[in-house]
Design a protein around this ligand. Structure first.
Ligand code: GLU
Length: 427
């Protein structure tokens, strides 16, 4: 069977496609040339499985979504204290490009431009590389491929960067920037011009979701404390002056960029990236917001909904019976979105044949609504593939034991008895 996740993601972007409101960012002239109809969505699970739909191979500039990664880089190099001396962590409630400082004369946080320009100034230069090149290499390591700069977008923004330059001069005046503000602002703008796809973004996000370890390679790229700091600031300050609204409706730490991308990272669970260039009045992608709202709601991803559960769901899998014709899965733990996705992915490997599959839910402690829906959907697909499905569920947590296609499931009380019965029948 095929896991239903790609179908679900395709359904989400189809539903969001009809909203044509918003406008292209035009204060960077090159961005006004973007195709406004582009729409893409990708998701990476915490163990690094990537699903994507729509314009998922189209590159666009990372813009402000580079800010959490630049922040992560300097935190990792310099330590949290040193960085906090220069940039605060308070939500600003202001537009991203506000020319303002906190009362202590530090930029309020690293997600607005004053804080991001300061963060950029802290990149320790090594091997004679330019600061933006250092970040490009760092982000390429997170993305698992060589990312490149968009020179046209960079040139176009540098030519019209009056506002960011005023922020730079203000920061230099109060001593927050210690060298030439023009060089620093140019470096920051170059950092914003790195090209990514939604698949790159979710891969980069999966390192954050996974506590700093790249789930694809098992390599630790960031300290756990750095990841916690970055995600906290994304949660409180990532969506500019819409941050409070975002926390209550979506509840996923996120960062948007004016090219139309939004990256959300839910620790221990998933990273999600959406791309569509038309923006709302806060500078956030209109369809991107709609997509993340839907995913959060449908999949129970709001951060305040509960702590991530243990992720191992299949305690054991074995084959038994004549010619190993019975495939038995013993499940354990909590069945929420993450675990259901993993289970469906494992079940996907079942060969398309008439064999019998036994799934034992006895040791499942909680079945979350989304876990149940996904599980039943998977069962329907296995039956469609020709399998016979037998469940062991002594507490009868699957309401009425019926699938979405209204099939009655065969539910048993005890795994040992069931296997014994099946073997007897084979004789
Ligand atoms: N390069 C853009 C700027 O500094 C990034 C803004 C954004 O993506 O929100 O104005």
């Amino acid at each position: 069977m095929q896991t239903p996740l790609p179908d679900y993601l395709a359904h989400v972007i189809e539903a969001c496609d009809i909203d044509n409101s918003g406008h292209l960012a035009d204060y960077i002239p090159e961005l006004a040339n973007a195709n406004p109809n582009r729409l893409a969505l990708a998701m990476s699970t915490v163990d690094g499985e990537i699903y994507s739909v729509g314009d998922d191979d189209i590159e666009f500039t990372i813009q402000s979504m580079s800010k959490p990664f630049a922040y992560a880089y300097v935190l990792q190099q310099l330590g949290i204290e040193t960085v906090l001396n220069k940039v605060g962590v308070e939500p600003s409630g202001e537009a991203f490009n506000e020319i303002s400082l906190g009362n202590d004369r530090r930029p309020k946080n690293p997600m607005i431009n004053s804080g991001a320009i300061t963060t950029h100034s802290l990149i320790p230069i090594k091997d004679d590389l330019e600061s933006a090149e250092i970040l490009r290499q760092f982000m390429s390591a997170l993305a698992g491929r060589e990312l490149r700069f968009d020179d046209a977008v960079y040139e176009s923004e540098v030519k019209t960067a009056y506002r960011n330059l005023s922020i730079g001069y203000m920061l230099r005046t109060v001593g927050i920037l210690e060298t030439d503000p023009v060089d620093i602002v140019n470096g920051y703008i170059r950092q914003c011009s790195i090209l990514v796809t939604v698949k790159d973004l979710v891969r980069m996000g999966s390192v954050l979701a996974n506590g700093g370890v790249d789930p694809k390679t098992g390599k630790r790229l960031l300290n756990r404390s750095v990841v916690r700091q970055v995600l906290s600031v994304m949660m409180s300050c990532g969506m500019y002056d819409a941050a409070g609204d975002w926390l209550s409706t979506v509840g996923i730490p996120a960062k948007s960029g004016v090219a139309g991308g939004i990256l959300g990272v839910l620790p221990g669970q998933v990273s999600i990236a959406a791309f569509s260039p038309k923006l709302d009045e806060h500078g956030n992608s209109v369809r991107g917001i709609d997509i993340l709202e839907r995913l959060s709601r449908d999949m129970g991803l709001h951060l305040m909904e509960g702590t991530p559960s243990a992720q191992t769901i299949v305690q054991s899998h074995y084959r038994t019976g004549k010619d190993a014709s019975l495939s038995v899965y013993v499940l354990r733990g909590v069945l929420k979105f993450t675990e259901a996705e993993m289970l469906l992915r494992i079940l996907q490997a079942e060969p398309m044949d008439q064999s019998t599959i036994v799934i034992d839910l006895t040791q499942i402690s909680i079945i979350h609504d989304v876990g149940k829906r996904m599980f039943l959907e998977g069962i329907d697909r296995l039956i469609d593939d020709g399998h016979t499905l037998l469940l062991v569920d002594p507490e009868q947590r699957l309401d009425h034991a019926r699938t979405h296609k209204d099939r009655t499931l065969h539910v048993y009380q005890d795994i040992e008895d069931l296997i014994a019965q099946l073997k007897e029948a084979e004789k």
